[in-house]
Design a protein around this ligand. Structure first.
Ligand SMILES: [Mg+2]
Length: 321
């Protein structure tokens, strides 16, 4: 006998993630009840993964559970907020229990690590699609935004760039690499680590912040537009992993600028706060690299020393979905 929707939710999703004292009522009623501290603001975000659009058919369920939460955690991280409560809406062609078990393992492990409680969900039949809504908390007025960068601020990025796109290219058979390099890139694509601790440490330090989901060039452009400014970026400063360098050699910087789905943070800070940025990176246990400086003229000017480098972001489109 096939399980009902409520039986499946009870079996795989009830109690998933962290247990939080501020959850008054979780899965099982018509809606969840949570307690919001009066001194905080609620931070809300949602994002979906759709088969054929955001992932390939046959993608491992555990990775999808991880990524569906990670892409939302990354948005909460970019706001400098603490993640708290998640809602999950799953469209499945059929209720395959092995798939659900794996999905819940991936989602649950990441939720645990970030103190997120799954407080509600919905299962329906349809083409495979996963939507997560995530709520977080930030002390009133302290949330980071895309706006706020100023001319002469330094521009930074966390981690390394282009790895996830490299992993996807490996999956598609577009990149042939030694197994250890391919494995590293694939891990970065299937199990991205949202920079929640860094976002928290950057409160009061960064002047503006955005997460890198569509590639550094596209997302940095959004931050710069919000500031009404441009940037001079030194291509030699772009953080590139050894595996990506093995894949692209001296062109790795192009992959770093264009590649999507890295879920790193791109942020600005006044030069006078450079030491505070280093302290935030150390506190979060996360590499942070200064890649350039904001300037008054619009757009991104790429430099290699004194030479200006041409780059069209669409020139690397074979990496994109
Ligand atoms: Mg975002």
């Amino acid at each position: 006998v096939a399980s009902t929707e409520s039986e499946l939710i009870e079996r795989y999703f009830n109690g998933l993630g962290a247990s939080r004292a501020d959850v008054r009522l979780g899965i099982g009623d018509d809606a969840a009840l949570v307690q919001v501290p009066p001194e905080d603001e609620l931070v809300l975000t949602t994002d979906s993964l759709v088969e054929g659009v955001h992932f390939l058919a046959g993608a491992p369920a555990r990775s999808l559970g991880h990524r569906a939460l990670a892409i939302n955690l990354s948005d909460i991280a970019a706001m400098g907020a603490s993640p708290a409560w998640a809602l999950l809406s799953l469209n499945l062609p059929s209720a395959e229990e092995a798939w659900l078990r794996e999905f819940a393992l991936g989602f649950g492990a990441l939720a645990q690590r970030h103190s997120v409680a799954l407080v509600g969900g919905n299962l329906s039949r349809g083409a495979l699609a996963i939507t997560v809504q995530l709520a977080g908390l930030v002390p009133r007025g302290q949330g980071l935004r895309r706006t706020g960068a100023a001319s002469d601020d330094d521009l930074y990025v966390s981690g390394s760039l282009g790895d996830a796109a490299g992993g996807l290219a490996c999956l598609r058979g577009q990149l042939a690499l030694p197994a250890s390099d391919a494995q590293f890139l694939l891990q970065r694509f299937e199990y991205p680590e949202p920079r929640v601790a860094l976002g928290l440490a950057l409160r009061g330090v960064a002047s503006a912040c955005i997460d890198v989901s569509d590639g550094l060039y596209a997302d940095a452009t959004r931050l710069l537009k919000a500031a009404g400014a441009g940037a001079r970026i030194e291509i030699g400063q772009l953080p590139v992993s050894a595996a990506l360098r093995a894949a692209h050699g001296s062109n790795a910087w192009r992959a770093a600028l264009a590649g999507g789905e890295d879920y790193e943070l791109c942020f600005s800070a006044p030069r006078a706060r450079a030491a505070a940025v280093s302290a935030a990176a150390a506190q979060a246990g996360c590499a942070v690299t200064r890649i350039g400086t904001l300037v008054q003229s619009e757009g991104i000017a790429l430099h290699s020393g004194n030479s200006l480098i041409q780059f069209s972001p669409s020139g690397f489109d074979h990496f994109r979905d």
